[in-house]
Design a protein around this ligand. Structure first.
Ligand SMILES: O=P(O)(O)OC[C@H]1O[C@H](O[C@H]2O[C@H](CO)[C@@H](O)[C@H](O)[C@H]2O)[C@H](O)[C@@H](O)[C@@H]1O
Ligand SMILES: O=c1ccn([C@@H]2O[C@H](COP(=O)(O)OP(=O)(O)O)[C@@H](O)[C@H]2O)c(=O)[nH]1
Length: 457
């Protein structure tokens, strides 16, 4: 394959060549970029204030060039917080009630995509393969095509794609759908997302599936497929084993004083179902008084997108709820919920996952949910914990040996927690073994290879 050009809103730039990347996606894409040579372009995460951003900041790391651009305050406000995270994010997570449309934000979104195209185009060579990631950058291919770029361009959506009736509530859905038709391959996390996309094309009368995996719309023919993102399974399992002796993990283990640990790890986001999960935990304790004082529920929840009002409001809601439940259920020597509002490093997280008897992953809607996969990979094969997983996470399409729950059903989730905590070892091992086999085979490197193979075919 020729050079690979990756574009995503956020770019994990290593400090120096050979540094360990921050997570699975970075590992896989950096490996692919190393192999073929290439560029990873995106937003620096910084603002240039009211001034036009300077030229791209280029950082060479081996065969990879990281190309970062600042955005103006107005861009960040309208493109990132405004349209991407207050319109596309809620719509794609089926939350029509939370979408806040504004002409200004929509214009800002398309303007920033044009700006990205103008910065990227001069660096392109005719046989480069371009891979664009996520909802922030849907119109980027259309902008590049407008400038005469004929390269193969693929797009992977990390979040869900909604059914037609939800999508059509978004005023600019036609432009968004048209934008997608400029790609050569569109990848979704699950078959449900792909079906929703095809349904939207049909319902709008703008296109259809002309043969399996091949679509026609807006006068273009393109491919669509399902590529559920994986993790670095073997590496994660390995460092979970080592993390057990990490000083912070040992301290955490000592502090729970032999109680069973239940763990939840999520960005503070309304899509993650955190309030319903706390309700379910409370219901579990109320329904199982014998568990009082015997379990600790650790909820790790770093703040996210705090400038968006819905996220800011959630900070208060979840903190108050955790406080209320602790007040109602706790005793002088037992705090049922430990609610942590900051990010924990992956090595420590891996050790905590391994210590936890139950991994509670109950989003109301999620593209994939890598935490679910990491929790499984981190388990001790001799004594694995149980994953309680929302049927509405993309991961549930793959990890069907988890205890699948409907997160809106508080009683059902409470029962699943009880069942997980009392599950006999042979059943735990059987369920875990099936999930681990799947994760070993479908790791993040395979995800990357599968997508790129189809893109260039
Ligand atoms: O960049 P932020 O605004 O701080 O948000 C963090 C990331 O959130 C989303 O993650 C999604 O991708 C995961 C990997 O494919 C998937 O498991 C998860 O279900 C999705 O929610 C977002 O898509 C990323 O672009 C953000 O960087
Ligand atoms: O304190 C934290 C919380 C989360 N994560 C990582 O953030 C990612 C979250 O990915 P996921 O797909 O579950 O959800 P997203 O936040 O992308 O919607 C996972 O790799 C977690 O290990 C982390 O490193 N520290």
């Amino acid at each position: 394959m020729s050079r690979l050009i990756v574009v995503s809103n956020r770019v994990p730039v290593p400090e120096k060549s050979g540094d360990a990347p921050a997570g699975g996606l970075a590992v896989a894409l950096q490996a692919a970029l190393e192999e073929h040579g290439g560029i990873w372009m995106g937003w620096s995460g910084k603002s240039s204030g009211t001034r036009e951003p300077e030229a791209l900041d280029l950082k060479d790391r081996g065969k990879i060039t990281y190309a970062l651009t600042d955005l103006t305050d107005k861009d960040v406000e309208e493109y990132y917080f405004g349209f991407a995270n207050r319109v596309l994010w809620p719509i794609c997570h089926y939350r029509l009630d939370l979408a806040e449309y504004g002409r200004k934000e929509m214009a800002g979104y398309f303007r920033v995509n044009r700006f990205f195209a103008h910065r990227l185009a001069p660096m392109l060579q005719p046989d480069d393969v371009i891979w664009i990631h996520d909802y922030h950058l849907i119109p980027l291919a259309a902008e590049l095509r407008q400038m005469g770029v004929k390269n193969r361009i693929g797009f992977f959506l990390h979040i869900p794609w909604p059914p037609a009736d939800v999508l059509f509530a978004m005023p600019v859905h036609e432009e968004i759908m048209r934008g997608l038709s400029h790609y050569d391959l569109i990848g979704f996390q699950t078959d449900h997302d792909l079906e929703n996309f095809a349904g939207g094309l049909r319902r709008e009368g703008i296109g259809n599936e002309i043969k399996p995996g091949r679509y026609s719309a807006h006068g273009r023919i393109f491919k669509g497929g399902t590529y559920g993102i994986g993790i670095e399974t073997a590496a994660f399992a390995n460092f979970a084993r080592k993390s057990a002796s990490h000083v912070m993990v040992r301290k955490a283990a000592a502090s729970i004083e032999g109680r069973d640990l239940i763990i939840g790890v999520d960005r503070l986001d309304y899509s993650k179902g955190i309030t319903q999960r706390i309700d379910a935990f409370e219901r579990f304790i109320e329904g199982n008084p014998g568990q009082q004082g015997k379990v600790t529920y650790l909820q790790v929840t770093p703040k996210s997108r705090s400038e968006v009002p819905e996220y800011e409001a959630m900070q208060r809601t979840v903190a108050e709820q955790a406080g209320r439940v602790n007040g109602a259920l706790g005793t002088v020597d037992w705090v049922p919920i430990r609610y942590i509002n900051r990010s924990i490093s992956r090595p420590i997280l891996a050790g905590l996952y391994r210590m936890a008897k139950v991994g509670l992953v109950t989003p109301l809607r999620d593209g994939m949910n890598l935490v679910a996969k990491e929790y499984v990979a981190a388990q001790d094969p001799e004594n694995p914990g149980v994953l309680v997983l929302s049927r509405f996470a993309g991961a549930a399409r793959e990890l069907d040996s988890a205890l699948l729950v409907n997160p809106y059903d508080i009683e059902g989730t409470a029962n699943a927690i009880a069942r997980a905590l009392s599950m006999p070892l042979p059943e735990r091992q059987e369920r875990w073994g099936k999930m681990m086999d799947y994760l070993n085979e479908h790791d993040v490197v395979r995800w990357c290879d599968d997508f790129l193979k189809d893109l260039v075919a």
